[in-house]
Ligand binder design. Sequence first.
Ligand code: FAD
Length: 278
Amino acid sequence: MLPPIARRFVAGETPATALEHARECNSRNVKVILNLLGEHYDDPVEADDDARAYAALLADLADAGVDACISIKPTQIGLGVSEARFRDNLRGIVDVADEHDRFVWLDMEDHTTTDATLDAFEEFVEARGGGMGVCLQANLKRTRDDVERFADVPGKIRLVKGAYDEPPAIAHKGRERVNELYEEYLEYMFEAYDGGIAVGSHDPVMIDRARELHDTHGTPFEIQMLMGVREDAQTDLAREYEVWQYAPYGGKWLSYFYRRLMERKENAGFALRAVLGR
Ligand code: FAD
C-alpha cells in the first residue's frame, strides 16, 4: 500500500486514484499528465500489459471528462524488447487516443533510446497531424539539432534539463552550462516554433524567461511540473498560463519516490518529518 508520505509525489496505485487526483488538480485549473510507473522491461508480457493499461486509462479519462493526458516511457511499452514491439504497442495506444481525442507524450529516457524515441515520435505525430509530444534534454550535446529538427513538425516538445547521468562524450555535465543551453533552446523555440512549447522545469529563472519570450514573440507555451514539486507555484501560474502537472501512479512507486527524495534535501527532510510525525 502507498504510505502517506509517498502520496505527495504519487497519485495512488490505481487508475481510480489517478483520476481522483486529476479531478483535484483540474479544480485548480491545473491539467494533468498521467504516467503509469514502469520502465526498462525486457519481458514483452510486461510491456504489452502496460500498453493495454494505458489504452484503458485513455478511455477512463474520456469517460470521466477530466482534463488529462498520458506520458509513456518507451522502455515501458517494449523498446527494451525490440523497436518493433515498441512501435506496435505505441500504435495501439495512439489508436485509442485518437478515438478519445487525447494527447500522448513520450518521455525521454537515457541516450541509448533517443533515436528510436524521436524517430517513432516524428512518424506518429506526422501521421496523426499533432496530438503527440516528446521530451528533449538540454544536457545532451545533440539537442540543438533535435530542437531544430522539430521546428516544423506538428505536436509538442517538452524541453527539460535532463535527468540521466550521461557520459561526458555526449552530454554537458556542468549545471551552469546546461542552464545556459536550456535558455538558448527556449529562445530558439519561441522564435522558430508556432507553438507546442512545453517548459518542463521547476526552475523560476527558466519559467520567467519563458514568460518574457512569450511576451516578446507571442508564441503559445505551457508549463509542466511534477506532482509534489512547487505545487503552490503550479496553482498560481495556472491563473495566467496553461499548466500541466506530471503525476505518476501505480504499484511500482518505490524507486520513483526514492528518486524524488534524493534529488533535494528539502524533500528528504519532508519525509523525515512525516515519519517522525512533525
Ligand atoms: P533544477 O535545475 O533541478 O533546479 C533549478 C531550480 O528550480 C532550483 O534552484 C529551485 O529554485 C527550483 N526547484 C527545482 N526542484 C525543486 C523542488 N523539488 N522543490 C522546490 N524548488 C525546486 N527528464 C528526462 O530526462 N526525461 C523526461 O522525460 C523528463 N520529463 C519531465 C517532465 C516534467 C513535467 C518535469 C518537470 C521534468 C521532467 N524531467 C525529465 C526531469 C528534468 O530533466 C530535470 O531533471 C528536473 O526537472 C530538474 O530540473 P529543473 O529544471 O526542474 O530544476
